[in-house]
Design a protein around this ligand. Structure first.
Ligand code: ADP
Ligand code: MG
Ligand code: ZN
Length: 493
């Protein structure tokens, strides 16, 4: 249990909306696509015209089932749609088609790995299907870009996109835990290939419910932070709201159940204090849709088709590649990175070296340039070639890093760069042996000191050879040859 210094414990439940990346919308044949010219992917149905009849997208049911299964939920053999009634300009029907008391998936959990390696099991209350609203574009805002404009426009392209809402139990207790839950849920959804899970584009959206209480007493009144659309804002918004609630309660004030707003600029939470908060959505069964009936065979077929999930992949990396839990966790969480690592590992035959490079220089390069794995200027084959030179001792670790940086910059291959720059470690035993015996002959004093037991003198000899070879002598080989030669040059031997 995480208790603040003041003796309060935070209670957090997350509601995550996932846009499914089906080809078409939930109830009509319009394409699902992000960033198209506004109001081009529309038809009378998704514009809410009277007299139109919805037809269920079966792919959306399959994707929702996949999500439910991956979250260890029970898939309901029988679930139905409800109308959730409210008025808003982005909702031409005047209601959202959602699921209410009979959702598609219930009673699951996600095992969230925390920083310290411990596991937090977060209950998943439900995962249900619904259709997305259209998108309001504020003319003067970043999307609209009409200077000074004070009106909004509606882009109906998004309206009717299939959504799955994943509701967690209030079993998260810190902003860091909330972030870890969202991060791992995102990685799971990515592996399932059911969504683009892009928070910036809105295909993954997060609402957070927060309350605070003294452990052992009933839960406090909760507030809701809507649209926390980045991992950082979620964490910062939660921190600010927890602090606000604790200080309000310590001043003897009451928490009002309402939606609060997190200002990312000021880092402060403001309350709207609207009295009209308690919605009455007048839920009633959707009369135009038949129930979703899923047979056990169907559910088992979907289960059998699930791809390898991050947790299983992590286990496999530890088992088959001998990676540490940390390395296996980092590599398995990101599907493209995992695929890159596996191919590199196969091509080099050096799993640990491949893991170090993918997590180190390679990820560092992608992050620094804001690139995805698929946009990398360095291919698996090119990196494998570099690691080959490293593993063979042609390049030292330091040289390999420099060559990698040059590969990124010039697009040239490692062998070409090594030749061009006259790089390459001297791993030629004969060549090094000659240098070593000449050096020892020229320095009988230090050689004698070494034989008297002053091991540190070895450093002097290593330094001399490195100077002579401009750092290109293979250090391991050099060490070995020096020790042998120094011992061998002893008059007692
Ligand atoms: P609603 O029907 O109003 O959406 P739910 O019972 O479905 O309410 O809960 C919505 C979310 O709020 C869930 O994620 C749940 O875990 C969370 N939640 C419920 N009670 C609390 C509480 N006291 N503090 C924080 N979160 C809560
Ligand atoms: Mg809810
Ligand atoms: Zn349509």
């Amino acid at each position: 249990m995480m208790v603040t210094p003041e003796g309060w414990e935070a209670v957090i439940g997350l509601e995550i909306h996932v846009q499914l990346n089906t080809a078409t919308k939930m109830f009509c044949g319009c394409p699902v696509s992000f960033g198209d010219v506004p109001n081009t992917n529309v038809c009378p149905l998704c514009l809410g015209h009277p007299g139109t009849l919805p037809a269920m997208n079966e792919k959306a049911i399959e994707y929702a089932t996949r999500i439910g299964l991956a979250l260890n939920c029970t898939i309901s053999p029988h679930s139905i749609f409800h109308r959730k009634n409210y008025f808003y300009p982005d909702l031409p029907k005047g209601y959202q088609i959602s699921q209410y008391d009979l959702p598609l998936a219930v009673d699951g959990h996600l095992d969230v790995e925390l920083e310290d390696g411990s596991i937090l099991r977060v209950g998943v209350t439900r995962a249900h299907l619904e259709d997305d609203a259209a998108k309001l574009v504020h003319a003067g805002g970043v999307d609209g870009r009409i200077a000074g404009a004070d009106y909004s426009m509606v882009d109906f392209n998004r309206g009717g996109t299939p959504l799955v809402e994943i509701v967690s139990e209030p079993e998260i207790h810190t902003p860091e835990q909330a972030r870890a839950y969202l991060t791992q849920l995102k990685s799971l959804l990515e592996a399932l290939e059911v969504s683009d899970v892009n928070m910036e584009e809105g295909s993954l959206r997060c609402d957070a419910n927060i309350s605070v209480h003294r452990p052992g007493t009933p839960f406090g009144t909760r507030t809701e932070l809507k649209n926390m659309n980045s991992f950082r804002f979620l964490q910062r918004g939660l921190e600010a709201e927890i602090e606000r609630q604790i200080s309000a309660l310590e001043r003897g004030e009451e928490i009002v159940q309402e939606t609060v707003h997190f200002d990312t600029g000021s880092g402060k939470v403001s309350t709207l204090r609207s009295k009209e908060e308690a919605h009455d959505y007048r839920y009633f069964p959707e009369p135009d849709m038949v129930p979703i009936e899923l047979s056990a065979e169907y559910v088992e077929k979907v289960r059998a088709g699930l791809p390898e999930l991050p947790a299983a992949r992590k286990e496999r990396y530890m088992r088959d590649y001998g990676l540490s839990p940390y390395d296996a966790g980092v590599l398995s969480a990101n599907r493209p990175l995992a695929a890159f690592f596996e191919r590199l590992s196969t091509q080099t035959g050096e799993a640990k070296l491949a893991a170090n490079w993918v997590m180190g220089d390679f990820s560092g390069y992608l992050n620094a340039q804001g690139l995805e794995v698929k946009d990398s200027a360095v291919s698996v084959e090119a990196l494998a070639e570099l690691l080959g030179l490293l593993a063979a001792g042609t390049l030292s670790g330091k040289m390999a890093k420099d060559v990698f940086a040059a590969m990124v910059e010039t697009g040239k291959g490692a062998p070409e760069l090594v030749a061009e720059r006259g790089l390459g470690q001297i791993s030629d035993t004969g060549e090094l042996e000659t240098m070593v015996s000449e050096l020892i002959a020229a320095n009988p004093g230090p050689a004698e000191e070494y034989r008297q037991g002053r091991d540190r003198v070895l450093g002097f000899f290593v330094g001399q050879i490195m100077k002579q070879t401009r750092g290109q002598a293979n250090p391991q080989l050099l060490n070995e040859l020096l020790r042998k030669a120094l011992a061998g040059s002893s008059p007692d031997n």
